[in-house]
Design a protein around this ligand. Structure first.
Ligand SMILES: NC(=O)c1ccc[n+]([C@@H]2O[C@H](COP(=O)([O-])OP(=O)(O)OC[C@H]3O[C@@H](n4cnc5c(N)ncnc54)[C@H](OP(=O)(O)O)[C@@H]3O)[C@@H](O)[C@H]2O)c1
Length: 156
């Protein structure tokens, strides 16, 4: 790589130890933890002494992730929930509060993409309603619900 490129586009190096130090002692809620980005994040954070509260619909996948990480440092709680449902979201918030009065970080990884050409979607408005429920209303509802805890802990 040429010098000018290195100056303009410095390589982004992740410092794992800095991350572990940052999250030590924190309680972190992660939605969409049963696969994809959320699952990968759990595997990274589990190496530090933190408390992870995981949510997704496939409880069996969350439980197997929890089991596979039982020798790591994090304490992990799991909860099976369809976050498109308002009442279910409230039950999840109650669960999280029950296992930890302190919430420091909220990470919304649960989400869905409609991978269908728009011309094949003319009679599928329900897909958009469901997608808004998980991609928009769920993060808004959870953020509003956990805001007092996040403010209390100075979290994010
Ligand atoms: N991967 C990428 O490069 C990328 C790039 C840009 C944007 N995104 C977006 O980021 C989000 C996550 O991507 P990903 O690659 O990690 O996708 P993924 O592997 O499909 O994971 C989605 C996660 O969301 C959970 N989820 C979906 N619907 C849910 C519901 N109704 N209630 C509770 N949890 C639900 C899934 O768990 P259950 O099925 O067990 O419920 C799963 O854990 C998606 O919205 C995706 O479109 C991804």
């Amino acid at each position: 790589m040429r010098l000018i490129e290195r100056l303009l586009y410095p390589r982004l190096e992740l410092n794992d130890q800095k991350l572990y130090d940052e999250v030590t002692g924190k309680t972190i809620v992660i939605t969409g933890a049963s696969s994809g980005i959320g699952e990968q994040l759990v595997k990274v954070l589990a190496k530090s002494d933190c408390h992870l509260i995981l949510a997704a619909r496939r409880l069996e996948r969350l439980a197997s992730l929890q089991q596979s990480l039982h020798k790591e440092r994090a304490h992990i709680d799991v909860y099976g929930v369809d976050l498109r449902e308002e009442v279910s979201r409230e039950q999840f918030v109650d669960f999280a509060r029950n296992v930890s009065p302190q919430i420091d970080v909220l990470v919304h990884c649960a989400g869905h993409s409609i991978r269908r050409p728009v011309r094949e979607s003319t009679s599928r408005m329900h897909d958009f309603t469901r997608t808004m429920a998980i991609n928009y209303f769920a993060p808004v509802h959870l953020t509003l619900s956990f805001l007092p805890e996040l403010e209390e802990s100075g979290g994010t």
